[in-house]
Design a protein around this ligand. Structure first.
Ligand SMILES: Cc1ncc(COP(=O)(O)O)c(C=O)c1O
Length: 388
């Protein structure tokens, strides 16, 4: 196999020319490289959007997974209501790159961040901010009043183990406060039950998610009984998409990982299947064998800096049987040949599925998008590192 080993500036030149076909292939990429199989990515989007459309539930996928404005725009073109983002800085990066319909799923706390939130809302008035604290609501209202801007606020409901105001009465009190203030608008309810997403058995996952989202829907009806219109009830994850979509009163879902998939999601069960393969593994990391020890050990150039390491599982080689990856430090992975179907030589490429997609993507500046072996385009990871 011959590799052209282009430099980044040569790759940029080819991409700028717009003629990548046959000129830039997976074999030319500098490794470790983050790659997206466009056919599988499009399959995933099509499958999820079709399913939710048929369930009459909207989708605002979570951009924390990809942090890539171009991907957010692909999803919006496929029918998404916009993009969820985890943090204000992620929202700013997306907004600056033409992504609308933003829902910031974490509260914006502190004077300086509130000033930035006002600026964002001035230019992107459809942005929704999540809140779970009365003083934060008053601070947002005051800042909005001073600047002559209106802010859309959604109540973050505690249906999981993280943030949120209590379901029922505490949520009603907060919603009433929002409704009573002059410069904020009550947008709805966010209810993210992260504890349900990776429950291994599907039936158990269904029970956990129904319990959590059921409380969100009850809260919705309580607010409506008191004259507060709840336009949005949003939540859910890739693991519960076909559970939450069947719950009456949930209006939109915010799954993220389904576009890429990862080994953590593959390890749970599907509905009627032992492993979760509703969506395809479109995301991978390409590495190169940089050293060899004897006939059964090959060292690749991807370690802790190429893959997120928060999950118990190791990267798994794609399209290759009989090799096991072991962590080899920051820059390396040690490939053990157990029953090799291929002999690995220095310079050979090995492609891996990743243990956890979100934090892996955050390790890269760009994602190479392939159609077959050809690089069709390269997208910047717009909000890489933006966790503020
Ligand atoms: C608030 C919120 N919504 C949605 C998601 C999407 O979950 P997943 O990537 O499991 O689909 C996450 C993921 O952590 C999240 O934090």
């Amino acid at each position: 196999m011959t590799h052209r080993n282009y430099s980044w500036s040569e790759i940029t030149k080819i991409l700028r020319s717009g003629e990548t076909k046959g000129k830039l292939t997976r074999d030319d990429l500098p490794t470790p490289a983050l790659m997206l199989d466009l056919d599988d990515f499009e399959y995933n989007i099509d499958k999820m959007t079709r399913y939710l459309r048929s369930s009459n539930v909207a989708i605002r996928p979570h951009g924390k997974t990809h942090k890539c404005a171009e991907i957010a725009k692909v999803l919006i073109r496929a029918g998404a209501a916009g993009s969820c983002v985890a943090k204000l800085s992620e929202a700013e990066a997306f907004a600056d790159n033409g992504v609308g319909g933003l829902l910031i799923t974490t509260a914006v706390i502190g004077k300086h961040k509130i000033e930035r939130a006002i600026l964002l809302a001035r230019n992107h008035p459809d942005t929704i901010f999540c809140v779970d604290d009365a003083q934060n609501v008053r601070d947002l209202d005051e800042a909005a009043g001073v600047s002559g801007v209106r802010l859309n606020l959604a109540i973050d409901l505690l249906v999981g183990e993280r943030t949120g105001v209590g379901c029922g009465e505490p949520a009603l009190v907060l919603a009433r406060l929002i409704a009573s203030l002059a410069h904020v608008t009550f947008a709805g309810i966010q209810a993210y039950a992260g504890q349900a997403a990776h429950v291994a058995e599907w039936e158990k996952r269904r029970r956990v998610s129904h319990e959590a989202m059921g409380k969100a829907v009850e809260t919705r009806y309580l607010l409506e009984k008191h004259g507060i219109n709840v336009a949005i009830v949003t939540g859910g994850s890739t693991g519960t998409y076909n559970i939450d979509a069947e719950i009456n009163g949930v209006t939109e879902l915010q799954p993220g990982s389904f576009i890429f998939m990862d080994l953590a999601y593959n390890s749970i069960a599907g509905n009627g299947s032992e492993a979760f393969h509703d969506f395809r593994n479109s995301l991978s990391v390409l590495t190169t064998v940089v050293s060899k020890r004897g006939s059964d050990t090959a060292v690749v150039d991807g370690g802790f800096k190429a893959f997120a390491t928060d999950q118990p599982m190791v990267p798994v080689a794609k399209n290759m049987q009989g090799v096991r990856y072991n962590w080899g430090g920051d820059e390396h992975g040690i490939l053990e040949a157990i029953k090799p179907s291929v002999t690995l030589d220095v310079g050979d490429r090995v492609e891996f599925m990743v243990p956890h997609c979100d934090p892996t993507v955050n390790l890269y500046d760009r994602i190479f998008c392939l159609r077959g072996d050809d690089v069709e385009t390269v997208w910047p990871i717009t909000a890489r590192g933006m966790s503020q």
